[in-house]
Design a protein around this ligand. Structure first.
Ligand code: PLP
Ligand code: COI
Length: 345
């Protein structure tokens, strides 16, 4: 077992024992192999470097109260990666290979898997990139699939940011109408880098994007989905430009299990004033409370036209807390996994 400060892992790169890789060429995937060095040779003409022929996933493995190791819904990540790759017209690993490589990655890096009780986990990052040399704009026909694993604690977009603060992005879109917002492709994150930097420089932890077609409805945060509690309802945006979050899908089920009404529908911006609790949700952020959200004419502007407040920025509201505890309990083995979401190592 590694001797790490398990309570303060943050969400950052750490060299671990191994990454698992498989290459696709000539219609076949190679047998997965563990590599100890993460610097691999690539042709500089590989599509990934020029045209963002790249998509990826994020899921977590948890060491449970009972000592068992659980992966949370890896089948969903396998399916979403296939959907993203299909949009890039690129080969994707079958679900069985995806799962095998995720499990192998956890096994190879088991001494980096945080112990139970530190609210930490192993973040698994499957990434699929186009590697054959090319000059023209084209989909890749040779692909590298790598599964990386890193111990993580709490996600914070950048170091030293106040928890729970967010700002609206009015003058930058994450995705286009009819574009790629619903796919987990690298290009979407490149689009959000500059506006995120602007927000982070002003101390905001999160950036909330609006629907790119009309700018009247809420889409999602750059790192996560938007979820609000309004009375007995769980409210989350229905939009073609939002990533279908596996955490959000699971939380909707948990909310329904608690007898809440689940409302997945377009959410007008003004409705923010009526929300009791607002959170970001996703694999990395789990459920992170948003205590306040500033609306500004532009991200560059010093003017704040309106501030929405939703409660303590450092603590989930009571309903969100209940949802958080249930989902984290299922992941840790302290709550019954009634929907069979976890895959044991
Ligand atoms: N939205 C965006 C833009 C994300 O990057 C993520 C992270 O994966 C999510 C939402 C949350 O998705 P999931 O819960 O599947 O991790
Ligand atoms: C995840 O939650 O898995 C993501 O990919 C988001 C990213 C901010 C790490």
């Amino acid at each position: 077992m590694q001797q790490l400060d398990w309570s303060n892992l943050a969400f950052k790169y750490r060299k671990t024992n191994a990454a698992i890789i498989s290459r696709y060429a000539g219609g076949e995937w190679s047998a997965p192999a563990a590599v100890r060095e993460f610097e691999l040779p690539f042709n500089l003409y590989a599509g990934v470097f020029h045209y963002a022929n790249s998509c990826f996933e994020g899921l977590k493995a948890f060491r449970g109260v009972d000592g068992k190791v659980r992966l949370f819904r890896p089948d969903e990540n396998a399916a979403r990666l296939r959907r993203s790759a299909a949009h890039l017209d690129m080969a994707a690993p079958p679900e069985s290979l995806f799962l095998e490589m995720c499990l192998q990655c956890v096994r190879e890096n088991i001494d980096f898997l945080p112990p139970y009780g530190f609210n930490a986990s192993m973040y698994i990052r499957p990434v699929l990139i186009g590697v054959n040399p090319q000059l023209g704009i084209a989909s890749s026909d040779e692909v590298l699939f790598a599964v990386l694993g890193s111990p993580v604690g709490t996600y914070s977009g950048a170091a030293g940011l106040s928890t729970g603060t967010a700002v609206l992005s009015r003058n930058y879109d994450r995705a286009a109408p009819n574009g790629t917002g619903s796919y987990k492709i690298a290009a979407n994150y490149a689009t959000s880098l500059h506006p995120y930097n602007l927000a982070h420089k002003q101390g905001y932890r999160e950036l909330l994007f609006l629907d790119p077609a009309t700018k009247t409805h809420i889409d999602e945060f750059g790192s996560s989905n938007f979820l609000a509690i309004k009375g007995n309802s769980y409210v989350t945006p229905l939009s073609d430009s939002v990533l279908p979050s596996i955490t959000n899908k699971s939380l909707q089920q948990v909310a329904a299990d608690f007898g809440m009404k689940v409302e997945k529908r377009p959410v007008p911006l003004e409705e923010l004033a009526e929300m009791d609790e607002v959170n970001a949700c996703g694999t990395a952020v789990v459920i992170t409370p948003i205590g306040s959200l500033d609306d500004k004419p532009t991200l560059e502007s010093a003017e704040i036209t309106r501030t929405y407040r939703f409660g303590d920025p450092a603590k989930c509201g009571p309903v969100s807390e209940k949802l958080y505890r249930r989902i984290r309990g299922i992941q840790d083995g302290t709550e019954e996994d009634i929907h069979n979401w976890c895959v044991e190592l």
